[in-house]
Design a protein around this ligand. Structure first.
Ligand SMILES: [Zn+2]
Ligand SMILES: [Zn+2]
Length: 309
């Protein structure tokens, strides 16, 4: 005897949501997911209905689910998709093709920044620099900068990213252990603009697990990348958050609890964490804590290694 869906009581249940004590059919799961995204947007005041919302889409399941769910939740919202092509052989072309398929399907305008064309470098080139073992870290800096730039050029008020519950709770835990309070504070669901003319940043999937994003894409026929980044193995949040995995085994609500406790802590931390004074980067003009911003330093490093500097 199949278990019936706890919502519609007609179709058979395929997804069990332990923290909500619910078993749902695929259709009711999709509705449940969209309502959860909408709930986070509203609880944290992420954007207003007349804002232009830019979604940073990588081609991965999280940001693909985010863009799709925002279209379902807010059909009249002006949404644009932003994508960075990292110039990683095979991988980047595959990611961009998935993003194009998704945005075409949803009828969403797409803005692409190709770092090979625009900057004359590839993420792979970081292997020729001191970042050879930390390509992901350099890539993160490049992406954060380029998304800010793309958002500004596309007239975006609010930049939404696909950070999920597992990412955020894992990084929060990690920053806590190492006492990186300034970085912990940056994991808030809503971050104000860097400066006048920049977008605020929001994380609408902050309460949704990686697995729920995957199920949303599979049940909703949402296209997402099928290959992994050649540089991602052995790094990233997954490894660092193993302790969360262990602690979550007996308590499916554990990650939500971690998130909620840190969200209570952050306003208290903000009062004591000193914010660096910002100046304008001498190269690109972005707000920066030093004369040349981290992005421009990294680009210069690669160009030097390539003999273009
Ligand atoms: Zn159902
Ligand atoms: Zn700069």
């Amino acid at each position: 005897m199949p278990v019936l869906c706890g919502k519609c009581h007609s179709a058979s249940a395929e997804v069990h949501i332990p923290y909500a004590k619910l078993s749902l059919c695929p259709k009711c799961f999709l509705d449940f997911y969209v309502r959860r995204v909408k709930g986070a947007v509203e609880d944290f005041g992420m954007f207003k209905e007349d804002d232009v919302v830019g979604v940073a889409v990588s081609g991965g399941k999280d940001s693909a689910a985010l863009l799709h769910a925002l279209r379902q939740a807010y059909p009249n919202l002006k949404v644009v998709a932003l994508h960075v092509n990292l110039g990683i052989p095979k991988y980047s072309a595959h990611c961009q093709a998935k993003v194009e398929e998704l945005t075409k399907m949803l009828d969403v305008e797409l803005h692409v920044f190709n770092i090979v064309k625009e900057l004359g470098i590839r993420i792979s080139d970081f292997r020729k620099t001191v970042f050879r073992k930390k390509v992901c870290s350099a890539c993160g800096t490049v992406k954060r900068h380029v998304f800010e730039d793309l958002a500004r050029k596309a007239g975006v008020d609010v930049l939404a990213t696909g950070h999920n519950l597992d990412d955020v709770a894992g990084v929060m835990f990690n920053n806590f252990f190492y006492g990186r309070w300034d970085q912990l504070v940056r994991l808030k669901p809503v971050l104000p603009p860097l400066a006048e003319g920049f977008a605020s940043k929001v994380k609408p999937l902050i309460r949704i697990s990686e697995n729920e994003n995957l199920l949303y894409c599979l049940y909703g026929d949402v296209p997402f990348r099928e290959i992994d980044c050649p540089y991602s193995s052995g790094t990233g949040v997954r490894k660092r958050a193993e302790i969360l995995e262990i602690l979550s085994r007996d308590n499916p609500y554990f990650r939500h609890q971690v998130l909620n406790r840190f969200l209570e802590l952050i306003p208290l931390l903000e009062n004591v964490v000193s914010k660096p004074a910002l100046v304008k980067c001498q190269v690109c003009g972005f707000p920066s804590s030093s004369d040349v911003c981290a992005f421009c330093k990294r680009v210069a490093l690669v160009k030097k290694a390539l003999g273009k500097g």
